[in-house]
Write a protein that binds this ligand. Structure first.
Ligand code: NAD
Length: 353
C-alpha cells in the first residue's frame, strides 16, 4: 500500500490538503512541496483518475516538479499543485461553477502559501470563478487584468535555450543553415518556428491538427507526416506537443545532435536522459527550457509587464549554459546537472545568500 507520510518525508513535501466537500462533491488534493523560495505556485488539474491514490501520486510528483521549475527559472516561488478528481458531474455548468467556487475557498484557506492557475482540464473561465473567492490565482485572461497567453514568452525561452545549446554543442553562434524539426505546431511550436526562420534556420514540422499545419505552412515550415518527425535528419529536435516522447522506441530513431523543446515531461523515464547521452545527443532539460510559462504568470502576480516577462525568459539562456557547463565538468547528463542545481536552490541556506 502507498505510504503517504513516508513519501512526504522522502520527497520533503511541506503540506498536503485533502478536501471532500459534501455539498458540491468537490474532491480536491493540494500538495505544497517547498516554500523556501516563496509561495508555492502550480496549476489546478481536473482529471478522471481510476483510483484516488493515482490522483495523490500525480499531485505529489507534479508539485515537486514545480519547485524545480521555479528554482531553475530563478523565481521567488516554490512548488505546489492541485488536482480536482473528475466524476463527470462537473459537465453540468452550474455544479462546475459551485465546485470551482468551493475550490477557491480551499485555496483562500491556505493564506497565500499556494497560488493556483489553469492546467490540464481547467480553463481560464474556471479561474475567473476561483478569483471571486481568493486572490491567490494567476494566469487570468487579459480583460481581467491577467497576463493572457503565455506561449510567446515560453517560445522565446525555448529559442534562447536553443541558442545556448548550439553554442555549447555545435560551436555555433547563429542559426544560418541549421535544420530544426518541431513536433507540434501549436501556440508555442509556431511562435518558436517564427523565431527560428527569422534567424535563418530551416524548420521541419508536424502536427495532427489541420489548422496548426496550415498556420505552420504560412510561416514557411516544411511539413512531414506525424510519425516521420522522429526520423528527420536535423541539428535540433524540438518536442512541442506531448510528454513521454523520448522513449525506447523514439530515441534510437533520432538523427539530431540536440533535443530542446517546450513539452512537459519529455522523458518517458529518467533513464532516457542517459540513453540520449550515450548516443551523443545533448538534451536541453524540459522544465528549464519551458520555464517561460511560469515566468509569465509570476509577472502577472507582481504587476504584469510583457517586456519584463520576455526579458526574464530570455535569461533562461544563462541557466542552460550553467547546466551544460556543470554536466561537462562533472561528466553527468544535463538532466542530472539540472536536478542537482535545483535541489541546491531549494535549500534554506541557498536563500540566505
Ligand atoms: P497547443 O495545444 O497550442 O499545441 C500543441 C500542438 O501539438 C497542437 O497543435 C496539437 O495538435 C499538436 N499535437 C498533439 N498531438 C500531436 C502528435 N502526436 N504529433 C504532432 N502534433 C501533435 O499547446 P502549446 O501551448 O503550444 O504547448 C505545447 C507543449 O508545451 C505542451 O506540452 C505544453 O504542456 C508545453 N508547455 C506550454 C507552455 C505555454 O506557455 N503554452 C508552457 C510550458 C510548457
Amino acid at each position: 500500500m502507498f505510504d503517504t507520510v513516508a513519501y512526504l518525508v522522502e520527497h520533503e513535501h511541506e503540506k498536503l490538503v485533502y478536501v471532500n466537500e459534501r455539498e458540491t462533491g468537490l474532491r480536491t488534493i493540494i500538495a505544497i512541496h517547498n516554500t523556501v523560495r516563496g509561495p508555492s505556485l502550480g496549476g489546478c488539474r481536473l482529471w478522471h483518475y481510476d483510483a484516488y491514490n493515482d490522483a495523490l501520486l500525480d499531485v505529489l510528483r507534479l508539485s515537486e516538479g514545480m519547485s524545480y521549475k521555479a528554482a531553475m527559472a530563478n523565481l521567488p516561488l516554490g512548488g505546489g499543485k492541485s488536482v480536482i478528481i473528475a466524476d463527470g458531474k462537473e459537465d453540468d455548468p452550474v455544479l462546475r461553477k459551485e465546485r470551482f467556487a468551493a475550490f477557491g475557498e480551499v485555496v483562500e484557506s491556505l493564506d497565500g502559501r499556494y497560488i493556483t492557475a489553469e492546467d490540464v482540464g481547467t480553463t481560464t473561465s474556471d479561474m475567473v470563478i476561483v478569483r471571486e473567492h481568493t486572490k491567490h490565482v494567476t494566469g487570468l485572461p487579459e480583460d481581467m487584468g491577467g497576463s493572457g497567453d503565455p506561449s510567446p514568452v515560453t517560445a522565446l525561452g525555448v529559442f534562447r535555450s536553443m541558442q545556448a545549446m548550439i553554442e555549447d554543442v555545435l560551436n555555433r553562434d547563429n542559426f544560418d543553415g541549421l535544420k530544426v524539426s518541431i513536433q507540434g505546431m501549436g501556440k508555442v511550436g509556431s511562435a518558436l518556428a517564427k523565431h527560428l526562420t527569422e534567424a535563418g534556420a530551416t524548420v521541419i514540422g508536424t502536427d495532427v491538427n489541420e489548422a496548426s499545419i496550415e498556420r505552420a505552412r504560412q510561416l514557411g515550415v516544411q511539413i512531414v507526416p506525424t510519425e516521420e518527425i522522429f526520423d528527420v535528419e536535423a541539428d535540433i529536435f524540438a518536442p512541442c506537443a506531448l510528454g513521454a516522447v523520448l522513449n525506447d522506441d523514439t530515441i534510437p530513431r533520432l538523427r539530431c545532435k540536440i533535443v530542446t523543446g517546450a513539452a512537459n515531461n519529455q522523458l518517458a523515464e529518467p533513464r532516457h536522459a542517459d540513453m540520449l547521452h550515450e548516443r551523443g545527443i545533448a538534451y536541453g532539460v524540459d522544465y528549464v527550457v519551458n520555464g517561460g510559462g511560469l515566468i509569465n504568470v509570476y509577472h502577472e502576480i507582481i504587476g504584469y509587464n510583457r517586456e519584463a516577462a520576455l526579458s526574464a525568459a530570455s535569461n533562461i539562456y544563462h541557466t542552460v549554459k550553467r547546466i551544460n557547463e556543470m554536466a561537462q565538468r562533472e561528466h553527468i547528463t544535463t538532466y542530472a546537472a539540472a536536478d542537482r542545481l535545483a535541489r541546491e536552490a531549494l535549500k534554506p541556506q541557498a536563500m540566505a545568500h
